[in-house]
Design a binder for this molecule. Structure first.
Ligand SMILES: *[C@@H]1O[C@H](CO)[C@@H](O)[C@H](O)[C@H]1NC(C)=O
Ligand SMILES: *[C@@H]1O[C@H](CO)[C@@H](O)[C@H](O)[C@H]1NC(C)=O
Ligand SMILES: *[C@@H]1O[C@H](CO)[C@@H](O)[C@H](O)[C@H]1NC(C)=O
Ligand SMILES: *[C@@H]1O[C@H](CO)[C@@H](O)[C@H](O)[C@H]1NC(C)=O
Length: 208
């Protein structure tokens, strides 16, 4: 279902270079939120060093299926879930990545060279969570509720194994997709992180 948008608003989003076919899915982020997200972003750019080089080759962590949350999932949810709002996706992003950071911290002894890094990521992430306006009465679409329930259910049997680097890649890319308005000013050449086909090409050019 599409929310009625005034021509003015469309012009505004058009000028920002956003994907305005789905204006309902984009909500402007506050300056404080953007500041916190940019700090988190800066630290996340170090993820290869701390999540790949410091770990054994092909080391994986067990996570729920739903904790694999990529730009592709966002594209799919946007096209499949009726009445989906920006807030729904942001709540999933918060919930999933809170768990992801917990999973990584759980396997790291305090003296591991990646422990402090992950700990400070969690700190920065909690700051984002504090400033992200949270709904008083959030009534997400059924599909979103189902994802949240599964992530929260320790007994849900859908497990998969993923490298820590890949978990943080997803963390980073979905952040840049969902909060692109915080980054488009800082990085005018910002690739469209929501665009899955773009990312696939990007990935094959810069194979890790
Ligand atoms: C991450 O952020 C924290 C707080 O801003 C900072 O103290 C820390 O040095 C950063 N870590 C890395 C590896 O960038
Ligand atoms: C790591 O995984 C890759 C891809 O699955 C595989 O080709 C490689 O042999 C693995 N390396 C080790 C040391 O297991
Ligand atoms: C994302 O997609 C994968 C399959 O590609 C699925 O296993 C996972 O549950 C999805 N994550 C969410 C949060 O919907
Ligand atoms: C997505 O990326 C592809 C390949 O880079 C490009 O051809 C396409 O126009 C992009 N789509 C959008 C909506 O930006």
């Amino acid at each position: 279902m599409m929310v009625q948008t005034s021509p003015c608003a469309l012009l505004f989003w058009g000028l920002l270079g956003c994907v305005w076919v789905l204006p309902v899915l984009i909500a402007p982020s506050s300056p404080t939120l953007c500041t916190s997200l940019r700090t988190l972003n800066t630290n996340l750019t170090q993820r290869r060093r701390y999540m790949k080089h410091n770990f054994p080759i092909n080391y994986t962590i067990r996570v729920h299926y739903e904790e694999v949350f990529k730009p592709r999932n966002i594209t799919r949810l946007k096209s499949q879930v009726e009445g989906l709002e920006a807030q729904d996706l942001q709540e999933v992003w918060l919930l999933v990545n809170k768990e992801v950071l917990k999973h990584i911290l759980r396997v790291l002894p305090e003296r591991h060279p990646s422990y402090r890094y992950t700990f400070s990521l969690q700190d920065l992430f909690l700051k984002v969570q504090q400033v992200l306006p949270s709904p008083d009465e959030w009534e997400p679409p059924e599909r979103i509720q189902e994802i949240c329930d599964r992530v929260k259910d320790p007994d849900y049997p859908g497990w998969t194994f993923v490298t820590p680097k890949s978990l943080l890649d997803n963390f980073y890319r979905t952040m840049r997709c969902l909060f692109s308005d915080c980054f488009s000013i800082q990085y005018p050449e910002e690739p469209n992180y929501c665009n899955v086909s773009h990312l696939l090409r990007h990935k094959s050019e810069h194979q890790t």
